[in-house]
Design a protein around this ligand. Structure first.
Ligand code: PRT
Ligand code: ZN
Length: 196
């Protein structure tokens, strides 16, 4: 049988738990800091170390058969993949937050406001569902700083403990999505590989 190709995050919040999970499945592999691809020593398994953002696309294109990443990224990228299993780690939520001195009565707060986010699709879906017209400012990191520097009126970002919002003078007002790490698979994954 051909190798099962598994994509995991190269370095970040998901990496250690993803590697531990594979090790617990008995998959033995060596992983140097600059290694992007490696073959397991004891199974017909190849591991690809990628940015989490790229994993849905690689799985859709069957460059990888399965991948481990956060549900938030799976839904944001909206590729043709199936969620196979929830893994319980990397629990977080995607939330809207506004400056703490602003009072909040409901989603109409966001009408004609500018919202900074790394999740433009999920935010846009939410705003459409609430009939809110707002400007989405897409930025790739340090989103919580945006209101403080005058870049946006609000943020839509991942929250875990809530301390980043707190230190940036923001308060959480809406949760768009709850997320945890999941295994995704290509919808075309062949039956033989599915059984592994
Ligand atoms: O380099 P690469 O693109 O692979 O990594 P990345 O920097 O995009 O992602 P990474 O490693 O930060 O996060 C990977 C995944 O972990 C996310 O897609 C989520 O599914 C999950 N996760 C869980 C989190 C958090 N918790 C989290 N706290 N992702 C990000 N954060 C950030 C958040 O963006 C915010 O800046 O942590 C801050 C908030 O944390 P608290 O604890 O202060 O609320
Ligand atoms: Zn990423």
């Amino acid at each position: 049988m051909s190798e099962l190709k598994i994509a995991i995050q190269k370095s970040g919040r998901l990496s250690e738990n993803s590697k531990t999970l594979l090790e617990e499945c008995g998959i033995k592999f060596s992983n140097g800091i600059s290694v992007l691809k490696t073959t397991a020593r004891n199974f017909p398994v190849e591991l690809l170390f990628l940015r989490d953002d790229d994993i849905p696309q690689y799985v859709e294109q069957q460059v990888a058969d399965i991948g481990i990443l956060g549900e938030n990224m799976v839904y944001e990228k909206n590729k043709d993949v199936t969620i196979f299993e929830q893994l319980g780690f990397a629990q977080c939520r995607l939330s809207l937050a506004i400056p703490k001195e602003e009072s909040y009565k409901g989603p109409e707060f966001f009408m004609n406001k500018k919202i900074a986010t790394s999740y433009p699709k999920l935010l846009s879906d939410y705003l459409t569902g609430e009939n809110i017209i707002a400007e989405i400012e897409e930025i790739s990191g340090s989103v919580e700083i945006a209101p403080g520097i005058g870049l946006a009126d609000a943020v839509c970002d991942i929250v875990s403990s809530g301390s980043t919002l707190l230190t940036n003078g923001l308060h959480e007002v809406e949760t768009l999505l709850k997320s945890q790490a999941v295994i995704i698979a290509s919808k075309k994954l062949d039956a033989g590989k599915r059984e592994i």
